[in-house]
Design a protein around this ligand. Sequence first.
Ligand SMILES: Cc1cc2nc3c(=O)[nH]c(=O)nc-3n(C[C@H](O)[C@H](O)[C@H](O)COP(=O)(O)O)c2cc1C
Length: 188
Amino acid sequence: MKYAVVYASSTGNTGMLAHEIQTYMEKRNGECVWFGKAADAVSATGLPGRDSAAGLPEADILFAGFWTDKGNCSEEMGTFLESLHGKKLFLFGTAGFGGSEEYFSRILGQVRGHIAGDNKVIGTYMCQGKMPVSVKARYEKMLESDPENERMKAMITNFDQALSHPDERDLAGLADAVEDSIRTCFAD
Ligand SMILES: Cc1cc2nc3c(=O)[nH]c(=O)nc-3n(C[C@H](O)[C@H](O)[C@H](O)COP(=O)(O)O)c2cc1C
């Protein structure tokens, strides 16, 4: 099975998931035809880019990874997804706010909005991803000026929860989701 992994990751969380997919697919004897960042892969689909990404069009599955940027994927990932046609896609992503499948579903709904109807999404996976300490400092400053701000307290609790993610369980969950999706999609 030929596969490609294309992802966007500004602080490395989604990159961890991308590498986990590659490790898992290698164990499964998959053939990686392309692995890299969305900005570089865009050229493979006919849009301007920095790399030819020659193997991308022949992938049986395209794993597309994103970090959550204001409830959606980041711009370069959106541009990449919008350029795809006739692909089997597995979407994976990280978000700073975790703990709710409903929240993840909402983000995935936004991301799917970038995908043309002639593609098929064969599976999805999301988990929480740590955020830079500057974010916590901002929350703490706001809490300082408004000590009873319950929303800010919850944001800080969430920030602390996110610090250990993606963790081993997240990566194991990703591998399981990949396996399930491949089995279901290529069952016959
Ligand atoms: C500008 C910006 C916007 C973000 N917007 C959201 C958001 O809307 N929802 C969310 O859950 N996390 C949001 N995050 C957190 C990141 O999605 C999260 O930390 C992610 O794991 C980063 O992935 P990366 O390390 O692959 O870049 C945002 C982070 C930044 C820097």
